[in-house]
Design a protein around this ligand. Structure first.
Ligand code: GLN
Length: 192
């Protein structure tokens, strides 16, 4: 199995490290040719407008959309914005997943926070399945999901922060910034 990590901007190295610790081969993706032979792709956290503009400049938008048609894609934070169909403003979006996101929904950088979340879906990769320590850094909320989208995690106030549509996964928070590899293993299971 070989997983690509979109490496234009953001915390792609953190994803890479977790995948390497799981003995998964990885490829940093900067050009469309880098997508050849990959089984899945992670779009990291960072700044979604910047990643989107670079993806346009690098001619990656259409190759990424084509790749997503028959491969698993996971977006964390800024990545979840990029794969959404609607981010309520004009910016380059891949429009892969049928979710609407609200960027910077919690406010400014200083309003970033961490919280333990119950995520039943992770039972697939963890028998005991303790709460997942979720890190939100100027994060988006998933405001609305289409009918084929499964909600995986909510905040105590009921707001959606993780969702899956078949082979596509979106998390508003950053599993790559923790030492908990359950979401990465869940993504690998989705591919298998
Ligand atoms: N605020 C960023 C955006 O809207 C996302 C932040 C992050 O990825 N931690 O793109």
């Amino acid at each position: 199995m070989k997983i690509g990590v979109l490496a234009l901007q953001g915390d792609f190295l953190e994803h890479q490290k977790i995948l390497e610790s799981l003995s998964v081969a990885i490829k940093q993706v900067r050009l469309s040719a880098d997508l050849n032979g990959l089984d899945g792709l992670i779009i990291p956290g960072g700044e979604s407008t910047t990643i989107g503009k670079l993806a346009v400049d690098f001619g990656l938008m259409d190759p990424l959309r084509t790749f997503a048609q028959d491969h698993a894609v996971w977006g964390t934070c800024a990545g979840s914005i990029l794969i959404s169909k609607d981010a309520r403003r004009v910016q380059p979006l891949l429009e892969i997943m049928n979710i609407k996101v609200d960027r910077n929904a919690f406010g400014r950088q200083v309003d970033s926070f961490e919280i333990d979340l119950e995520i039943p879906a992770l039972e697939k990769v963890s028998q005991e399945n303790p709460p997942f320590h979720a890190i939100f850094i100027r994060a988006p909320l998933i405001e609305d999901v289409g009918s084929s989208v499964k909600v995986l995690a909510k905040l105590p106030n009921g707001k959606i922060v993780a969702a899956q549509q078949e082979k596509w996964l979106a998390t508003s928070f950053h599993p790559e910034l923790t030492t908990d590899d359950r979401f990465h293993r869940y993504f690998l299971e989705m591919i298998r």
